[in-house]
Write a protein that binds this ligand. Structure first.
Ligand SMILES: [Zn+2]
Length: 215
């Protein structure tokens, strides 16, 4: 990957990224493993699980089917789908979270949840070091925040494969310093507004693969 111009974008229009409150620190000395193990989403075998809550305006059941077909990978190395907590509807300050927080020690590799293209790489006051990526068909947007750092050389336009290391878990932005985690959000591509600002989708039941680095 080459470092191109415009890699570091300062984004001022981020929504739904606040992680400031209500988070539980990891115990000290933990290996790169999740701390929350129950209750997990249903087994990924077979039919897509029902959505865990109402869909946002503009999101359809067909969208969930399309995401299920992507066989999404948990984007934290060593984390299984069953380890994820559903904090999509949790309050984060004045707004709803609309994302999942994946607790892991600082420095744990953050992996591409899907094949696709890197759309933004930058740093923001709330999200800290952030990445936006798309699926191969550019129907969906994946947002990764609070990274300790980006993978070296990661650039806008890069093609990534599921499991590629794109960054490392951290506490940048408004994440509590004692609670390193990945803030991960799935959105439908924006329609009539910025491509990265479409309606969010709760991915809790849509992960099929555990986080496994391919490189
Ligand atoms: Zn969060």
């Amino acid at each position: 990957m080459r470092v191109g111009r415009g890699v570091l974008l300062v984004l001022g229009l981020l929504g739904g990224t606040a992680c400031g409150g209500g988070l539980t620190p990891l115990p000290p000395g933990g290996a790169p493993r999740p701390v929350e193990r129950a209750p997990g989403p249903p087994s990924p075998a077979g039919a897509r699980p029902a959505a865990p809550g109402p869909l946002e305006a503009g999101v359809t059941e067909a969208d969930l089917d399309a995401l299920w077909a992507r066989q999404l990978m948990v984007p934290v190395a060593g984390m299984a789908p069953s380890a994820l907590r559903n904090d999509y509807d949790a309050r984060r300050g004045a707004r709803a979270h609309r994302a999942l927080d994946m607790m892991a020690p600082k420095g744990t590799p953050v992996l591409a949840a899907d094949d696709g293209r890197i759309g933004r790489v930058g740093t923001t006051p709330i999200g800290g070091n952030i990445i936006y990526a798309t699926d191969p068909d550019e129907q969906f947007v994946y947002y990764y925040a609070h990274l300790d750092r980006h993978a070296r050389g990661l650039s806008v336009g890069d093609r990534v494969r599921k499991g590629d290391v794109i960054g490392y878990v951290g506490t940048t932005g408004n994440a509590p310093a004692s609670v390193p985690h990945l803030h991960f959000q799935v959105m439908k591509r924006g329609n009539g507004r910025a491509w990265w600002d479409g309606p969010p989708i709760n991915p809790w039941t849509l992960f099929v693969l555990p986080g496994t680095s391919v490189r």
